[in-house]
Design a protein. Structure first.
Length: 117
């Protein structure tokens, strides 16, 4: 198997920091995660499509939330999740107004039902 230099460097960095040893362990884990992700997407495709359709329908009815408000809600969720894991969120503040609006929605996600507005 041949890897491009960027991928080789990424693997090398992970092995050097001690996260994986040997490099094959890193590659095996990466392949497992990719496989799991693809299976999740395949298994949840109908639900994802339904959520997208629901959001477009809401947008068509004018039920929208300002993009800055969406970013604020996401920051709150990221902060809450990071806080529980002992970290801090890495989402930057946007001083500029966004040019788009997001659908207001209440929809199920992989973590349960979340109300965004």
């Amino acid at each position: 198997m041949r890897l491009n230099p960027k991928t080789e460097a990424l693997i090398g960095n992970e092995v050097e920091r001690g996260a994986y040893s040997p490099a094959e362990e890193f590659v095996e884990r990466a392949v497992e995660l990719l496989h799991d992700h693809e299976q999740w997407l395949t298994g949840n495709q109908p639900a994802i499509a339904a959520q997208v359709d629901h959001g477009f329908a809401q947008a068509g009815r004018g039920e929208l939330i300002d993009g800055d408000e969406v970013a604020s809600i996401l920051r709150e969720h990221l902060f809450a999740g990071q806080e529980s894991r002992g970290g801090s969120p890495k989402l930057p503040n946007s001083g500029a107004r966004t040019r788009f609006r997001q659908p207001a929605t209440r929809y199920p996600n992989i973590h349960g039902t979340v109300r965004y507005r």
